[in-house]
Design a protein around this ligand. Structure first.
Ligand SMILES: [Zn+2]
Length: 285
């Protein structure tokens, strides 16, 4: 049996808090159980906030694994945190896709999509460029500079190996990996054109793009601090069924500091769960 799903907990808490305050130190589920056992049945059910109703509907539409990743908590606090993340999104460049854009094997962009504000990466004092053909969205590159400066203060130099890829470049990259590893293996770590975070211009592959990168000071530093600068590990270990890709310790996406906080607080640090949720939230009536 699966553990009780959060949306039930959310619903119970929201109903319960509308009736009475839980006893201190009692868990939410104990409090709710006590409440339903000891409270007389109300003649008419208390009105439930439409946003909490919507939250329940969205959560209900999420995968079981996503529901399991969301910790028990106060739905109003969740909604306040969500609101903060969505407010920040309003300040993103309005002529381009959002930094929260859900892109994966099922959610794509067209062959003609390219970021509006691309900046070519050039040699600089903050990070190393391993190629001269690199480019990022300006907002992502600004954030990369900031993060790299912080890493340098800790004695770590980040090196950037891959960044923006056009649809055509991604097509070549994918076909190359198919020729090397075969289709099945290539699908596990290379995106088909139109499905790659790299086409959004806000993802970076660091270092040697191998598992051994995890052993480097650069990767260790990123694991400890990237979120503080708005960079999120996209394909963590053990989530291939969710993200579609095996662990890629070198691949980080810029999503902003507030979204990283939201991801860590409510989605067990899994970027894919958060963006699936935000996408469902926006598409739910
Ligand atoms: Zn990558």
């Amino acid at each position: 049996m699966r553990k009780p799903i959060l949306l039930l907990t959310f619903f119970t808490i929201s109903l319960f808090t509308a009736c009475a305050k839980p006893k201190q130190n009692a868990s939410a589920s104990q409090a709710a159980a006590t409440s339903s056992a000891s409270q007389p049945v109300a003649e008419s059910a208390p009105a439930i906030d439409p946003k909490i109703q919507k939250l329940n509907r969205v959560l209900m539409s999420m995968t079981d694994r996503c529901k399991d990743a969301i910790p028990n908590g106060d739905p109003n606090e969740f909604l306040a945190d969500l609101e903060k993340v969505l407010q920040i999104e309003k300040a993103f460049p309005s002529d381009d896709l959002s930094l929260y854009y859900l892109i994966d094997k099922k959610h794509t962009v067209g062959a003609d999509y390219e970021p509006k504000h691309l900046r070519k990466l050039v040699a600089n004092d903050d990070y190393i460029i391993n190629k001269t053909t690199l480019a990022l969205r300006e907002d992502a590159d600004d954030a990369l500079h900031e993060m790299a400066r912080a890493a340098k203060k800790d004695g770590v130099t980040l090196d950037v190996s891959s960044t923006y890829r056009s649809y055509e470049t991604q097509e070549r990259t994918f076909n190359y990996w198919v020729s090397v590893d075969g289709l099945e293996e290539a699908e596990r770590e290379s995106a088909r054109p139109g499905t790659s975070q790299h086409q959004l211009g806000a993802a970076v592959d660091f270092g040697n793009i191998e598992d051994s990168y995890a052993l480097t000071d650069g990767c260790k530093w990123l694991n400890a601090h990237a979120n503080e600068y708005g960079w999120s590990l996209s394909f963590p270990q053990g989530y291939e069924d969710i993200t579609g890709y095996r662990w890629e310790c070198w691949h980080f996406r810029y999503i902003g500091v507030e979204a990283c906080r939201f991801q860590n607080k409510w989605f067990s640090g899994i970027q894919q769960f958060m963006f699936e949720f935000i996408d469902a939230w926006k598409n739910m009536e």
